[in-house]
Design a protein around this ligand. Structure first.
Ligand SMILES: Cc1cc2nc3c(=O)[nH]c(=O)nc-3n(C[C@H](O)[C@H](O)[C@H](O)COP(=O)(O)OP(=O)(O)OC[C@H]3O[C@@H](n4cnc5c(N)ncnc54)[C@H](O)[C@@H]3O)c2cc1C
Length: 320
């Protein structure tokens, strides 16, 4: 990984393996990850484009799901993995995720003849703005720009406007980043207000209610500052699958206990991470010039110990 300042100066570079032997970074394109997971399932087990409109519990204890196309499904178990605006979480009494004061642009630079970068992550720190890029395939490079904004701002649907706004934020930054943005097809650029939800014990509802349970961002939206949101969603899935399999093998009566036990096991992992990601984001988004100068000239090059900072990624959810 290489960390630079906005004027292109190298502040620090290191290899993850040198900092902590168990460390490595893998950048995966979302589309490839989802396709790979979906391919493990029997054909036709996924029904796409099924937007949930309404959810209610029936007298028989089953859960009725109504989709926007009018389809009604009666479910024995519902796993709500429907992201930060989860209608399932809302129905279970969770509050809306809270905007944390910064937004992110993301995009995928496309190099049809092969991208020129080595397998490393580049970070660039500015004042109240930071950016990064990493190759995700022989032809694609993922990039992001995170910037302070007092409000989430209006929803912009014109992708060329998004690209223009992203470029304006880093106009005078190293040309490498600007070139990647330039190679990015407009329609892969998105702008996301960053949000999280802190799951205070006794105040927040539990992860499950009867036979309805939440997984991933639907339960624990966290800011991306530690790069752990999707990783935690995958960990959730492994733990939940193991608990459910064991409950179903020993009779359906224990399903509710299994879902509740999943929530208790996962909470100590995801609650501290949500808080830590939020605090790291606040530190990294500082825009005070004096603070940023100390960060660039003292903290990053001389003080930060990378190994302990990466400790949170060393989590073993054990195989299924
Ligand atoms: C800028 C940024 C950078 C990030 N970087 C990283 C990173 O480096 N590493 C990392 O691990 N994580 C990262 N994350 C977090 C990661 O993207 C999320 O944590 C992850 O996508 C959560 O997965 P999920 O399946 O829970 O939810 P989602 O990926 O949001 O999936 C939810 C699904 O539910 C569907 N859905 C929504 N509403 C309905 C409805 N009403 N009915 C039916 N379906 C519905 C959606 O269409 C979607 O398919 C980042 C996030 C952001 C914003």
């Amino acid at each position: 990984m290489v960390v630079k300042s906005e004027d292109g100066r190298d502040l620090r570079s290191f290899r993850f393996k040198d900092e902590d032997k168990s460390q490595e970074v893998r950048a995966v394109e979302r589309r490839i990850l989802l396709g790979t997971l979906a391919d493990q399932l029997p054909p036709d087990s996924i029904r796409f484009s099924s937007k949930l409109l309404k959810i209610e519990r029936t007298e028989s204890g089953e859960t009725l799901l109504e989709l926007t196309d009018g389809t009604r499904l009666s479910a024995k178990i519902v796993i709500g993995c429907d992201g930060i605006r989860s209608p399932v979480a809302k129905w279970m009494g969770f509050s809306e995720p809270k905007y944390v004061g910064h937004c992110a642009f993301r995009g995928l630079g496309f190099y049809p003849d092969g991208q020129p970068f080595g397998p490393k992550v580049d970070y660039i720190y500015g004042r109240g703005v930071r950016a990064g890029f990493v190759p995700v395939s022989p032809t694609k490079v993922y990039w992001f720009i995170c910037f302070n904004s007092s409000s989430p701002g209006p929803k912009i649907t014109d992708p060329s406007v998004l690209k223009k706004q992203a470029v304006e934020l880093v106009q005078k930054w190293p040309s490498e980043l600007l070139n990647i943005i330039d190679t990015t097809p407009d329609d892969t650029i998105i702008r996301t207000p960053l949000v999280d939800r802190w799951l205070w014990p006794t105040i927040s509802p539990p992860a499950s209610a009867g036979r309805v349970v939440l997984v991933g961002d639907a339960w624990h939206p966290m800011t991306p500052n530690l790069g752990q949101g999707a990783c935690c969603a995958l960990e959730d899935a492994v733990v939940l699958a193991r608990k459910l399999a064991s409950a179903l093998n020993s009779g359906p009566a224990t399903v509710e206990d299994a879902l509740s036990s999943y929530g208790s096991e996962r909470w100590p992992r995801i609650f501290p991470l949500t808080i830590r990601a939020n605090l790291v984001g606040t530190l990294l988004q500082w825009d005070n010039p004096v603070v940023c100068s100390v960060r660039n000239n003292v903290v990053i090059p001389k003080l930060v110990q990378v190994g302990p900072l990466l400790e949170h990624t060393n989590f073993d959810c054990e195989p299924l």
